[in-house]
Design a protein around this ligand. Structure first.
Ligand code: ATP
Ligand code: MG
Length: 468
């Protein structure tokens, strides 16, 4: 946080701002010379959106991560705008926009690869309707039997909007009309204390939207914030509510958690707060079965190394794919499932294929990993066996495989303390660094086990694979 903000804020902090609802709210307003949010730190496109909405007679504020991160001295990942224009009015002003979302309808304004998210001010839901078919065509407000908001499209004014947001430090508004920062929820104080606090009654807010549990953990880890005790307390008991959230939404949220540069600390927090089991049930079962065994320790270590390597790559702006991490998370469950199937007399290759499908499908029921990523994870798995076959023909074909690099990285990480695997990954490291001549030498010096003679059995005698 800039020293300027800290100094000036301590002056304004005495102005009361702590309220828990919109009706008795009083705003703390920081004038331009009292904070560090400057137009230089805001994307040109976000500014265009703010000015254009104002020119068309609407209110428009930068809100959320854009304001929060600048006040924390960080570069925002994206910019969100709040306005009193309805999504349809936003669409009519911006030709380059599209409306998205049913649960939470908003406008995306597209500038090449940059998307500015514009949300209409939200208000509280007075009498939410159950999800049963009500014939309510407006689809403004709906609640599930678990208290979850299935539609959050009740529009209100700016103060209402502030109290509908999740955390106090996400409810800070910046306007280009006079360049002030406006705070209704004591967010500036929490920001100065680096404290993440839910607005309103935490249990109700988690029940309304269990994804706020994930957002709390993600933001605390990414921004190095402490989760306030009242905000943290209900998490372990309520995390089960995540099982009612759509798999598509959990895919988006999990990606944000894993690909924001703090995957390792986020993973640890998800486990400590009893959340991970509702997202990665097979992984947690594998880790909890025999926690002291060598295999489990290896798996723990493997996950840790993969998360650390992902964080490092993101910090160095190297490409990462979520497929790799899912391949890691599901590695031990895959091995266990394949062993079970082999125990039921399924041949090795088929058992592995079938296990891969079953394990991945089970994961996809919770986190909706799109097929294009689950396929990559399966390819990485399939290549693990092939990487241990050092026959010339196989080595060249694996080396040219589109997923070779990912499969090789996977092998290096899973090697851990296993001497055999370390030897194998070292062989592949040397092979990649060698020139053609040296590669040939390496291949010729590998001793292969003698080929087994194929024994052909008559089809009749062959027992078919078990059904499961
Ligand atoms: P990031 O840096 O990840 O973008 P962010 O806080 O900006 O963090 P967004 O998903 O872009 O996250 O959301 C923008 C803003 O919308 C949030 O800051 C918050 O005010 C509000 N918001 C997002 N999700 C929720 C939610 N589930 N409940 C209430 N408010 C939310
Ligand atoms: Mg954002």
């Amino acid at each position: 946080m800039s020293g300027l903000f800290k100094r000036l804020f301590s002056r304004t902090a005495s102005k009361k701002a702590t309220t828990s609802n919109a009706s008795d709210s009083e705003a703390v307003i920081l004038k331009r010379d009292q904070h560090c949010v400057s137009r230089k730190k805001i994307s040109k496109n976000a500014l265009k959106v703010l000015y254009k909405l104002n020119e068309n007679g609407f209110q428009a504020y930068l809100v959320g991560g854009g304001v929060r991160d600048i006040l924390l001295g960080l570069q925002p990942k994206d910019f969100d705008v709040a306005t009193d224009a309805t999504p349809e009015q936003v669409k009519s002003i911006f030709k380059n926009s599209r409306l998205i979302g049913r649960r939470f309808r908003l406008a995306h304004i597209l500038y090449g690869r940059e998307v500015i998210e514009v949300a209409t001010f939200r208000a509280n839901h007075d009498e939410p309707q159950k999800t049963k078919k009500t014939g309510n065509k407006n689809d403004q407000s709906r609640t599930s039997d678990h208290g979850m908001l299935m539609r959050d499209n009740v529009y209100g004014n700016m103060v209402d909007d502030a109290f509908r947001r999740d955390f106090t430090l996400n409810a800070l508004y910046y306007t280009v009309r006079d360049f002030s920062v406006i705070d209704y929820t004591n967010g500036l104080n929490d920001l100065a204390e680096r404290k993440l606090r839910l607005i309103g009654e935490p249990e109700d807010r988690y029940r309304e939207d269990p994804v706020r549990i994930l957002r709390a953990i993600r933001l605390a880890c990414k921004l190095n914030l402490t989760i306030g005790s009242e905000t943290a307390k209900p998490i372990p008991q309520l995390s089960e509510l995540l099982t009612h959230v759509s798999s598509a939404r959990l895919w988006d949220e999990s990606n944000k958690m894993l690909l924001s540069g703090s995957a390792e600390s986020t993973w640890n927090a998800l486990r400590e707060r009893n959340v991970a089991r509702y997202l990665f049930s097979q992984t947690i079962t594998a880790l909890e079965q025999k926690p002291e065994s060598f295999e489990t320790q290896q798996f723990e270590q493997f996950i840790k190394m993969a998360l650390q390597s992902t964080d490092k790559r993101i910090k160095s702006q190297l490409p990462v794919t979520p497929a790799f991490l899912y391949a890691v998370f599901l590695w031990a469950p895959l091995q266990q499932k394949a062993q079970q199937l082999i125990g039921k007399k399924l041949p090795f290759y088929e058992a592995n294929q079938k296990a891969a499908t079953q394990v991945m499908e089970k994961q996809r029921q919770t986190i909706g990993i799109p097929k294009r990523f689950s396929m990559v994870a399966k390819e990485i798995w399939a290549l693990q066996n092939r990487l241990s076959n050092l026959r010339k023909k196989n080595v060249y074909s694996v080396f040219q495989h589109q997923r070779f690099r990912a499969a090789y990285d996977f092998l290096c990480l899973r090697a851990g303390d296993d001497a055999e695997l370390q030897k194998l990954s070292k062989w592949w490291t040397d092979f990649q660094e060698a020139d053609d001549l040296e590669q040939n030498k390496m291949l010729n010096s590998v001793s292969h086990p003698p080929k087994k003679k194929r024994r052909f059995k008559s089809k009749k005698k062959r027992s078919g694979p078990p059904s499961n």
